[in-house]
Design a protein around this ligand. Structure first.
Ligand SMILES: Nc1ncnc2c1ncn2[C@@H]1O[C@H](COP(=O)(O)OP(=O)(O)OP(=O)(O)O)[C@@H](O)[C@H]1O
Ligand SMILES: O=C(O)C1=C[C@@H](O)[C@@H](O)[C@H](O)C1
Length: 271
């Protein structure tokens, strides 16, 4: 039986696309790796404690699109599935890249992300398709994207290191009406990102979505006081901050939950 392996990055939010359809994300150096093998029937195993229904449906769609038979998929990695860290985008990117190799299909990383967005909408693991997350995860760079048109608007120059905070708060992704109500503010973030001003965009986004989703503002305020930028990632509860002195910030935020210092990759994940 032939097998292939590929990996993809998790990520953090600059602008959550749920309110406007336009979003931006950057990669973080936590990954999901997929080993995909020809098999007698579809199966998926993973390191994560997640509902396997959506990923199984996604694998069936990936192999249909690539003209493959049944697949056994094993997902490994260090990317937490706490919510907000783009674990579904990374998992699906890793599966798509490995399956494409198995099928002998040359798939450009942006096209892999497009397929990811189409499938993630179809199986219901994202609202907009999360093309912003999928591109950052596959290409390993930060971009502003239009998730409905599946186009990249521009690259954003995000580099250095980041702090991931995973607080013990429940997910609030069902608050679609609240997120939509903040669209006028999120459009201001999009205007800034369009000019390359991603730090301003990230702060406006964090304040808007933090408010709409009702997360406590304390981690964001503490991070701002220490000169970092960031806030809630996606719909949370994870928060992500880009910081000059990430060790100091991680220490300051440890009272809110688990913290990790991560790199911001500058290229695709290599398995
Ligand atoms: N590490 C993983 N291994 C296998 N399947 C996964 C993994 N992460 C996500 N999935 C699949 O995607 C579905 C949605 O997961 P989840 O909502 O936690 O994604 P997420 O990307 O972490 O969330 P967010 O969009 O908030 O960052 C899961 O039910 C599962 O089917
Ligand atoms: O479900 C979605 O469409 C999205 C979820 C979050 O990750 C967002 O950050 C992303 O921009 C869009």
């Amino acid at each position: 039986m032939k097998c292939a392996r590929a990996c993809a990055w998790g990520g953090g939010t600059i602008i959550n696309a749920i309110a406007t359809g336009l979003g931006a994300a950057f990669p973080i150096s936590m990954r999901a790796t997929a080993e995909v093998c020809e098999a007698e029937r579809d199966s998926v195993s993973t390191y994560a404690d997640v509902d396997m229904g959506p990923v199984l449906r996604a694998v069936a769609l990936v192999r249909e699109k690539l003209g493959l038979g049944p697949l056994s998929v094993r997902i490994e990695g260090d990317l937490p599935t706490a919510g907000g860290l783009k674990s579904s985008s990374a998992t699906l990117n890793a599966v798509i890249r490995a399956a494409a190799e198995l099928a002998g299909v040359k798939l450009d990383l942006f096209d892999a992300a497009r397929l990811n967005a189409q499938i993630s909408r179809e199986v219901g693991i994202s609202v907009t398709g999360a093309f912003d997350d999928a591109v950052a995860s596959a290409v390993g760079r930060a971009y502003l994207t239009d998730n409905f048109k599946l186009v990249v608007i521009r690259e954003l120059d995000v580099s250095g290191r980041a702090v991931v905070l995973i607080p013990p708060w429940e997910k609030r992704r069902h608050k679609l009406e609240e997120m939509g109500a903040l669209a006028p503010v999120v459009r201001v973030a999009v205007s800034h990102a369009g000019l390359g001003m991603w730090k301003e965009a990230m702060l406006i986004n964090a304040v808007a979505y933090g408010y709409a989703l009702g997360y406590p503002p304390d981690p964001l305020l503490d991070a701002l006081k220490l000169g970092a930028v960031g806030g809630v990632s996606g719909t949370g509860p994870s928060h992500v901050f880009v910081a000059e002195d990430p060790e100091r910030l991680a220490q300051a935020l440890a009272k809110y939950g688990k913290t990790y210092v991560v790199d911001i990759p500058r290229g695709p994940c290599e398995a």
